[in-house]
Design a binder for this molecule. Structure first.
Ligand code: XMP
Length: 317
């Protein structure tokens, strides 16, 4: 009979036995899996767990600072690394979605490897791999292969030649959440929507610029905050804002504007493999449209994505 309490006790003992007084390095993403995995390892070995949280410049508004702060409050030994300029530089002029993913995956590994080298005598690599990741990474075809190649720091173990510590390897997502609750991790982490590794890079269609990132972050923050205030955040599986490579005419006072369009996306799903567009109330959508257009300079049009997966995907790139 599986219980979170027994799992925690057993897992902490296992990690202690596996790692002893050696050191573990681990990348944190702000997501549920890496956070719960890190807390379990932390329970077992304390300050011998060295966490790295990379700011790739493609996170949500204020996310890097907020999440880094929470990690510190949880007692994790974590280093925040600002690599924004590097990511923006290497992404300049790149529009192809798969190229974006490859560049982001490569840079992430470079930054993480460099940070790990700065730390001396690290013997283990901690990872938040969960059971579906294990299954999906051995499946031969389908989008999961592409997803996983950038997910959960895929590709790191081969390159780093370290033994793995993967406390969640046999758990499903709901079990991870229960374990997280058991060890007192905040609902702000546990209830978070999934967020793709390449972040806002695949929600800015076409070329990425720091200005576009800033614009999208503002619009997205209004939308996500709006969902929370309306009590809708927990009712959808994932939500986000997409900056379209489309400019259109509008009016503001007696001025003609020629500005960008954002698409709002919200889906219901159980595993992300299939998804329905969420039937959000019209009044809510109307408020979001007004708030975004009035408050975000550079955006004069908001549309709502009413496509389901398949045949559409959740992300637009
Ligand atoms: P799609 O767009 O394929 O997304 O319907 C399904 C789920 O996967 C996420 N996703 C990614 N996650 N790296 C990730 O870590 C990626 O490159 C990537 N692409 C999509 C997406 O946000 C959704 O949760």
């Amino acid at each position: 009979d599986w219980t979170p309490a027994a799992f925690v006790q057993e897992t902490v003992a296992k990690i202690t036995a596996q790692v002893g007084d050696k050191k573990v390095v681990m990348a944190l993403s702000g997501g549920v899996d890496s956070t719960v995995a890190a807390e379990l390892i932390h329970k077992a070995i304390g300050q011998n767990l060295y966490c790295v949280f990379v700011d790739n410049g493609l996170l949500r508004k204020d996310e890097f600072e907020t999440v880094l702060d929470s990690y510190k409050h949880m007692g994790l030994n974590v280093k925040g690394v600002n690599a924004r300029e590097l990511f923006y530089r290497e992404l300049t002029g790149v529009s192809d979605p798969e190229k974006k993913r490859k560049i982001i995956g490569r840079l992430f590994i470079e930054v993480f490897q460099q940070e790990s080298t700065l730390l001396k005598d690290i013997s283990f690599l901690g990872q938040g791999t969960i059971y579906p990741d294990v299954i999906e990474s051995v499946s031969v075809n389908g989008p999961s292969v592409t997803i996983k190649s950038h997910h959960n720091v895929g590709g790191l173990p081969e390159k780093m030649n370290m033994s793995l510590v993967e406390p969640l390897r046999f758990l499903f997502k709901d079990e991870v959440r229960r374990v997280g609750r058991e060890i007192g991790i905040s609902e702000l982490f546990l209830g978070r929507h999934p967020f793709p590794g390449p972040g806002l890079a695949i929600r800015i269609l076409g070329e990425i610029t720091p200005d576009k990132v800033a614009m999208l972050q503002e619009a997205d923050a209004i939308y996500i905050e709006g969902l929370r205030e309306a009590g809708l955040y927990d009712k959808v599986w994932q939500a986000g804002t997409i900056l379209l490579p489309v400019q259109s005419v509008g009016v503001m006072g007696d001025e003609r504007t020629y500005e960008f369009t954002v698409a709002l996306r919200a889906v219901t799903s159980t595993d992300g493999m299939t998804a329905d567009w969420a039937h959000l109330p019209y009044e809510f959508l109307a408020k979001m449209s007004n708030d975004i257009i009035n408050r975000v300079k550079g955006i004069n049009r908001v549309v709502y994505d009413i496509s389901s997966k398949p045949p559409a995907t959740i992300e637009w790139e």
